[in-house]
Write a protein that binds this ligand. Sequence first.
Ligand code: CA
Length: 219
Amino acid sequence: MQILLVEDDYPLAKALQQALQEQQHTVNAVGTGEAALHIIDTEKPDIVILDLGLPDTDGIDVLKKTRKKHSDLPILLLTARAELDDRITGLDSGADDYLAKPFEMAELFARLRVLERRLGTAHSSEIVIHNVCLDCNNNSVKLNGTELELSRKEYMLLKSLMENAGRIQTRSTLERRLYSWDEEVASNALEVHVHHLRKKLGSNFIKTVRGVGYKIESH
Ligand code: CA
């Protein structure tokens, strides 16, 4: 998933970003409410992890403004505030869930899995197309029942294409899903990943739409 992390505590943000990337997510991080609102409008993340204590605005305001425009965007609050009232205010203001700091990474992952399942893209944990089965729960891919060894980027690329089977995914859409802003992206990086995937999945599974991007046929 493409996750926007809004957290002004830099060491914590860095640690969360790394842990989430290891869980096959693409994570962009910002440290202010203003930056968060801008990114939510322009980049359309799949999920927002929002710290309530931000330097410029209250996280609750960010939450309310976001909810007005994006009613379906899953938002998970992080709060250092122990008071029950704040949590209730958060949920009343449209948050899907909250985690009180400090929390275990495993707890965060579990909450995210719940939110991911609620997303339209994840009706089921498995996506099966032709002879390829992608299991979002354990990040595995099987071809004719045999598990394949995929790199993190290959898995994310394949997942993005399979979730959107039947629809063309443009190069820029795919690149946004695969890379955070701070990652250097070689101009042919996408082609290289597709090339490796075709070696593993057969050359016909991922179709090239010349000049536009790629797609996988839904049936
Ligand atoms: Ca904070």
